[in-house]
Every structure is written in C-alpha cells, then in structure tokens.
Design a protein around this ligand. Structure first.
Ligand code: GDP
Length: 442
C-alpha cells in the first residue's frame, strides 16, 4: 500500500471517530491534532497541512450532519473531503491518438514510466511507440530499446546522435502510423538552463498533446521549485508520481504537485511494467483510508485470466452476503496470485471493522500458506458445515481440528476471517451500486 504510515495513522483516526460514542469539541480537537501529525509525518507541506486542519476544525465545529447521518460519520465525511483537496485532481488522460512527452530530472523514473505507459495503452487496445530522446545519460538508448522489446512495442532512436530535436523529428515520422507516441527526454542532476532550453526546443518540434512531468515520490517537497520551473518553461499538463511504493513520505510529492496545480495522471507503484495506476483522487483516498474501493477490486478481477462469467458469478455470490466457506475458498484460490491479493486486500473496506483486517497486506506469502492450511481444514468439514458455517460450534471445531491435524486456534481463525470477509463485503454492497458497477466495469 502506498503512503503506508499516512494510511495507518489516518485509519486509526477514523477508527477512533467511528468507535466513539459521541463527537464533542474534545473529539474534534483530538482528530485535528491526529490528522495534522499524520500529514506532517508524511512530509505534506506545513502550510498545506495547517490550512487543511484549520478547515477541518472549522467545518467540524460549525456544520451539522444532515438528517439520518450520525455525527461520527459526518466527521469522517469532512475529514475525507478536506483530504481530497490535497490528494489531487483526477487523471485527465484521454484515450486518443497522441504525442506524449515525458520530462523530469535524472533517475525520477521517466524511462521506466515510458515503458509502463506503452503497456498501458497497448492494454487499452491502442498501438504505441517509444522515442529515445534522452541523449545525456549513457545507456539511455539501450535501456529504452530493451524496455520497448520487453513490452513489445516499436522503438525509435539514433544511437550516438547528440541532437534530440533531430531524433524526435525522425521518430515522429517513422512512427507515423502508431497511435500513441511517447518521447523520453533527457534529465539532469539538477535543474539548469541547458535542460530547460532543450525541453523547450523539443516541445516546439514535437507539439505534444501532453507534457507529463515525472516525479519521484521519495524526493518530497523539495521537488516543488523544480516542478514550478519546468511548468513555466514548457507547461506541464499532468504528473506521473513514481516510486509511491518506496516511501512513506509521498505527501511531499503531493504537496509539490498541488503547487503547480496539475492533475496527477498516474502513480508508479513498483519497478515492473504493470506497476502503474491511473490516478483517481476518490479511489486513491478511499483506499488510503481503508473505506473500500470496489473499482480496484474489479480491476483485480480483470487482471486474472478467469472469464467474465466466472468473475461475475463469484462476485455476485460474494456481494450478496450469502456466500459460504466453499465460495470463499473458490474466490481465494482464483485470486491467489500475490499482486492480485494485495490489490484485493487494499480494496476492501477495513476502517470500520474493529481491529481492522486480519491479513497483513505485506505478508502475502503468509496469506498463501494460510490458504493451504484452510484447504486442509475444509477437507475435514462436512458438506453441511461448508454450506452453512454458522452451525460450526466448539464441539465441531474440536472435531475438525483433530481430523485435519490442525489446531482449534487455526479453525477459529478461518471462521473469523470468513465472517470478517462477509461483513466487509456486506458493507461494500451498502456503499455502492454494485450491480451497476459490475455491469460497467467488467
Ligand atoms: P530516468 O532517469 O528518469 O529515466 O529514470 P529510470 O526510469 O531509469 O528509473 C530510475 C530507477 O527507478 C530505476 O531503477 C527504476 O527501476 C526505478 N523506478 C522507476 N519507477 C519506479 C516505481 O514506480 N517504483 C519503484 N520502486 N522503482 C521505480
């Protein structure tokens, strides 16, 4: 999960709010203090953090919950809305033939992101080609060439050519029939006039539809001035924040982005070509706060090679809240790949469950081992018990543990997780129009 420490502090705050019996000025004060501390710890700009918590405090004190909403839920809603203001605007990416120019300093993840983008467009059914206009970094040509081969897209570069304008001109011509052309430009260790004039020239010759600024999340707030200078020079249309997986302090990058007021298009969450997520503020924040995110769950399903019918059937069963142990096992087994499990765990609503989720998202391997144990336990259950786990009392637990060579603790754990999953999904169902989403998403 990205922004881990911010996520866990904010989830804790929300748990406190939803678990409190009433909201008074003391609760509000405590919440404001907690949120402020969480933001500053994750490197959100002080001014931004203070502004947010001030708004939060004023709104929490002055606004009254609408009829039918508890004051606890209303406070969570205000926290959510205020956080959304710094999380950033949604991606404005349009799936159309276009030229995309990537800009940014050295090592930010431009070349890697070029490959990830190519794969992204390919998956959406669009042809895509990469142009190597990074003439400063030795081996940049080879790196992009290799990435292009890896994702299976055309590549254009002129080895040894020192004039990037020439490369881009020829590249755009060569890739004329390709729908999306991505230009990887040079970086520098620090921002200098040379770089600015180079990207200005490139912008002129390429007339890109998008100029995406690639920003390493681990750089933090100090990226603000660089972002502003590049924005003034070439007009950044969107941002890709990379390495969100590698820092608990991604709040600094978010602050830098909010300075240039550009939408975040994508976030990079790993070194693999699939580790790119299109950015949606609501979705990102819901997941961060553990409020559940059905869309991401749907995407996790789409990433598997199971058929739409199978996915729909499994999901419908799960979401009806009427699923039994066998259904749960069926779903777990289908989605037992680590990356998919991580997405699923991230996307379930956790915050309102006392104690949160029992599966540690960082410990997928343990989760998978647990699955094999569960399989053994289930093999020792009767059909009636699998169909209707509610009838499993202590006596039956004892018998199942003995029969499967496991412990009563493990059997109880399986039953607890089954119940938690059922409760989580019921809550999710309550939150959104599942059927509608299912229809539109898969
Ligand atoms: P460039 O100089 O801007 O082209 O940067 P590169 O694309 O060469 O990336 C620099 C390093 O960051 C490489 O080792 C990449 O594998 C790594 N990297 C890029 N994006 C991500 C990301 O989202 N997460 C992680 N963990 N590493 C990344």
């Amino acid at each position: 999960m990205v922004l881990d420490s911010l996520a866990s502090s904010l989830r804790e705050t929300i748990r406190k709010v939803t678990g409190s019996s009433y909201v008074d000025s003391e609760t509000i004060k405590e919440v404001v203090r907690d949120v402020q501390r969480a933001l500053l710890k994750s490197d959100v700009n002080v001014k931004l953090a203070l502004q947010l918590t001030k708004n939060l405090e004023t709104r929490a004190k002055e606004e009254k919950p609408p009829a039918g909403m508890t004051s606890q839920d209303f406070l969570v809603k205000i926290i959510y809305e205020e956080l959304l203001k710094i999380i950033g605007k949604d991606s404005k990416l349009v799936l159309k033939p276009q030229v995309i120019m990537l800009v940014g300093l050295y090592g930010q993840g431009k070349t890697t992101s070029a490959g990830k983008l190519a794969k992204f467009f390919n998956k959406k059914g669009m042809s895509c080609g990469l142009i190597a206009a990074d003439i400063h970094r030795a081996a940049a040509y080879e790196q992009l060439d290799q990435i292009a081969k890896q994702v299976g897209v055309p590549f254009f570069g002129i080895k040894g050519e020192k004039n990037p304008v020439k490369i881009v001109k020829a590249g755009l011509k060569q890739l004329e029939n390709i729908q999306v052309k991505i230009i990887d430009t040079s970086g520098r260790d620090a921002l200098d006039e040379d770089l600015i004039s180079e990207i200005k020239d490139l912008k002129q010759v390429a007339s890109p539809d998008e100029v995406l600024y690639v920003l390493d999340a681990t750089i933090g707030q100090q990226a603000g001035p660089q972002a502003r200078a590049i924005d003034e020079a070439v007009g950044i249309t969107g941002v890709i924040i990379t390495k969100m997986d590698g820092t608990g302090k991604g709040g600094g990058a978010l602050s830098a982005v909010s300075e240039i007021n550009s939408p975040i298009y994508f976030i990079g969450t790993g070194e693999h070509m699939d580790d790119l997520e299109i950015f949606n503020g609501n979705k990102f924040l819901s997941r961060l706060l553990g409020l559940g995110d059905l869309e991401t769950l749907m995407e996790a399903f789409k990433d598997t090679n199971i058929t739409e019918e199978e996915a729909e059937e499994s999901l419908s069963k799960l979401m009806s809240g009427k699923f039994n142990l066998m259904d749960m096992y069926d779903v777990w087994e289908k989605f037992a790949q680590p990356s998919i499990m991580r997405k699923m765990i991230d996307s379930l609503p956790l915050a309102k469950i006392p104690g949160g989720n029992k599966i540690n998202p960082n410990d997928i391997e343990t989760a998978q081992n647990k699955l094999s144990t569960y399989r053994v336990i289930m093999d020792s259950m009767s059909y009636k018990e699998l169909e209707n786990p509610e009838i499993i009392n202590s006596k039956r637990i004892q018998r199942v543990a003995k029969g499967s060579g496991t412990s009563e603790v493990q059997v109880r754990q399986l039953l607890r997780e089954y119940k938690a999953m059922k409760d989580n999904l019921k809550m999710m169902k309550g939150n959104r129009g599942f059927k509608k989403l299912l229809k539109n998403q898969i």
